[in-house]
Design a protein around this ligand. Structure first.
Ligand code: FAD
Ligand code: NAD
Length: 402
């Protein structure tokens, strides 16, 4: 008889951790495991704002998948998922097709523009490693170009960030550190280069505690960022954003949209029922009506039974999904009962550059400034340790003990 085949789609937080755990929980005789990813590297999505601003060594953010997942144990396929044929239990890739017995969909998020006119065409997105490298290169190019053309319009130096959620605010936190360096490098007056964040809600980080938000806003403003709250973006043009009731134009040389995310568009293509961009899964993380399909991470809504609302999709949650999913695949293969996912909230910390930040950790302890920034680095490093042990931590970690 042939072994059951488990196919994991996407090597982000959820996909990498699920694969790692399956390797541990199942013997090679029990199942064949295949991991499919667009690239031969995994990247830490939670560090992408640093890639976009150019405040981190790009290689620190990328990890070769084969350095973490033994290719002799797991078949690694570097290809793009195009669709899923549930009837025939087949994944359609750009260059081939692949059948499965068990499928784990962990394809992450895509940027959501909510159909705002011109956004797809004129704005950059913090979406994946490559899209963030483009942002970094574009910003640097704007500064280089300005230096060589004294007649140029100063607004070409303006960096406009649309959406003041965690991604937008953490990105601005990197920009306030990067822009002064670029000004120095290209001999440009700091006052000429603006950083502007635009948020529609009355406050940035609408879901966060007021004292933490107040701290973050002040820190960014003191370091030269403009924060426009209660200001809706109606349209994006080649020149900038049109905002507010009067469609006022804010001109910029770099336009980045961080106004929202949704699950992978493959979900809709494959015919899953979509609610606000994601698929609602059962508490065992399977899709209703599909006993052999798990959906994890940013592709999934997992309901919190206590208040009947979905848990927010975060890296923290994606890693915990991976654990439940691997346990449940093992349980199915062993004819044992499946477990239910319960989120264990470790808090939320946002960085505002290398040495500043704010957040809430266990038992509602609040952190501001350096302790928050340090905690964020510890969280980042904890993930590296879980993924690749001490070896990976020493190679790519952020906390430098020596
Ligand atoms: P991802 O990590 O996005 O991985 C998806 C993988 O699938 C990628 O490797 C991608 O290449 C691959 N893929 C996508 N489409 C295809 C395809 N068609 N074919 C093949 N492969 C494909 N959360 C926190 O908990 N804490 C934080 O501090 C935090 N900070 C963040 C900072 C930023 C700048 C951003 C953008 C997000 C942050 N988040 C944070 C949210 C967190 O990053 C996501 O919730 C998390 O990445 C979701 O994990 P995932 O495994 O579902 O998807
Ligand atoms: P988000 O949806 O959390 O924030 C988007 C922001 O854009 C919102 O504040 C929204 O009001 C604003 N917006 C939307 N349309 C607008 C418009 N037309 N004009 C002006 N503003 C508009 O998205 P995100 O920040 O990309 O975060 C995505 C997910 O990743 C969230 O679950 C978040 O918690 C998580 N994340 C966490 C961290 C962290 O823990 N440090 C960091 C980054 C992201």
């Amino acid at each position: 008889s042939t072994k059951p085949r488990i196919v994991v789609l996407g090597a982000g937080y959820a996909g990498m951790m699920t694969t790692k755990k399956l390797m541990k929980k199942l013997s090679p005789e029990e199942a064949e495991i295949i991991l499919v990813n667009k690239h031969n590297y995994h990247y830490q999505t939670t560090w992408l704002h640093e890639v976009a601003a150019g405040t981190i060594n790009q290689n620190q953010v990328r990890i070769m998948i084969k350095d973490i997942i033994n290719p002799n144990r797991v078949r690694l396929i570097y290809d793009t998922v195009v669709n899923i044929d549930k009837e025939n239990k087949t994944v359609i890739l750009e260059n081939s097709e692949l059948t499965y017995d068990y499928l784990v969909i962990a394809l992450g998020y895509e940027t959501n523009t909510f159909g705002i006119k011109g956004m797809e065409k004129h704005a950059f997105f913090i979406e994946d490693f490559e899209s963030c490298q483009l942002i970094r290169e574009h910003i640097e190019y704007q500064f280089a170009k300005f230096k060589n053309d004294p007649e140029a319009d100063e607004s070409s130096l303006t960096i406009l960030v649309g959406g003041g959620g965690f991604t937008g605010i953490e990105f601005v936190g990197e920009l306030v550190e990067k822009v002064p360096k670029l000004c120095k490098k290209y001999d440009i007056d700091r006052g000429k280069a603006k950083i502007i964040n635009v948020e529609a809600a009355p406050s940035i980080l609408p879901t966060f505690d007021k004292d933490l938000v107040d701290y973050g806003r002040k820190s960014l403003q003191e370091r030269g960022a403009e924060i426009l709250e209660g200001t809706r973006i109606n349209e994006c043009t080649e020149e900038g954003f049109l905002v507010g009731d009067n469609n006022e134009l804010i001109k910029a040389g770099t336009i980045v949209w961080t106004g929202g995310v949704k699950g992978s568009s493959i979900l809709g293509k494959a015919g899953f029922e979509i609610t606000k961009g994601r698929v609602t899964v059962n508490n065992d993380l399977r899709v209703a009506g599909h006993d052999n399909i798990f959906i994890l991470g940013d592709c999934a809504w997992v309901m919190n039974k206590e208040d009947n609302r979905p848990y927010p999709p975060t890296a923290q949650a994606a890693m915990q999904h991976a654990s439940t999913c691997a346990n449940n695949i093992r349980a199915i293969l062993h004819n044992e009962p499946l477990e239910e996912f319960v989120f264990s909230d470790k808090g939320t910390v946002a960085s505002l550059g290398v040495t500043d930040g704010m957040g809430k950790v266990i038992k509602d302890t609040k952190l501001f400034g350096k302790p928050a920034a340090a905690m964020k680095k510890v969280v980042d490093d904890r993930y590296l340790f879980l993924l690749g042990g001490l070896k990976l931590l020493l190679k790519k970690g952020k906390v430098r003990p020596f």
